[in-house]
Design a protein around this ligand. Sequence first.
Ligand code: TTP
Length: 396
Amino acid sequence: MCVFVLEKRRMPVARPEPVEARVIAHVDLDCFYAQVEQRRHPELRGKPTAVVQYNSWKGGALIAVSYEARKFGVKRSMRGEEARKACPDIHLVQVPVAHDKADLKLYRDAGSEVCAILARMGKCERASIDEVYLDITEAATARLIQDPPQCWVSLDKEALKSHVVGLATDGDATVEVGHWLQRKDAEQNDQLLACGAAIIAELRTAVLSETQFTCSAGIAHNKMLAKLASGMHKPAQQTIVPSSAVQGLLTDLPINKIGQLGGKLGHLLEVELGVKTAGDLLQFSEAKLQDLFGMNTGTWLWRTARGINGDEVQGRMLPKSHSSGKTFPGPKSLKDLSAVGHWVRELAEVLQERLDMDIEQNNRIARLLTLHAGCHLFWSRSCKKIPITILCIKIW
Ligand code: TTP
């Protein structure tokens, strides 16, 4: 029997779903850094815009591309020069720089503004600089009791523009979505999702009017499905995943699109078991997956293939840690200890500023510090060996 040994600390944890269905949303800001720059420079609003890294080689690497620029084929994998060839009118904005490295404070603070608005309706977990999970079960349940969907007289415009996975919309989509949201014979769980969709539509409207940012969202009964759905229709749209549509959604879904299967575990499934989609995983029994991957990971995989995920939204608006790092590729790689010392001091200073701010604003202090320093050689496209130094300090 073949058993795959995987690093335990990185393994997903199988948690059962609660008996009572939750209503979970994943909200993701659209082309986030580009939107922040368009708000800072109103003359860029509605124009093709991209944010580039501060390293200006070949116009700098693109890290965020506005949807206006995407229409011209501009992609994040391009550098500024290539983007300008695809879209001559593109506006390239350099990411702010402090201590000779990218300074993300502007974007972090903009993300916090959005978080504060979303947290008005439920438990809010900041998952990254521009992503938030919301548990709005209580608010959706209260709305279902006080103002059930079938009694809604007028429907929120934004809620009507929702997409419903598995709902065929041949004619006027908003009419059919309106009918789905308000149908009298809907199961209670679908009614809860309808209330959740109305709440998220209102929150997205509040985010737009108070911050000028658009965001997209997924609304489902768990975090995994909400996250999958938020990216399905972008920008400025929302997608609902009813339980009846889960298997159809997962059948052809590439395995690496599922959270925690983008890395080693997903690669193992593909190479060793020929599993390319979540649907392919269905052929393996829970016992077989437990034999291969251990009890916990086996169960997690079995449940994941069926869209079952019991992870809770953690009430966490603040980041768990702060880190400050820099990569020094090729000729910029660090040559001696004094250069390393210089950069460690620079990175520590950046971190100190953020620590001071955290103490002042949130009255909390980090207790654990780790320093990661690495020096590697890699082969360039022209088959030359290129050195690269990586430094990163992290505190919890
Ligand atoms: P993403 O959410 O991955 O992308 P996005 O918000 O730019 O676009 P989309 O509408 O498709 O979600 O990333 C959020 C921000 O994080 C992005 O605006 C810039 C930054 N970022 C980087 O700096 N480097 C990267 O490699 C990625 C992927 C993102």
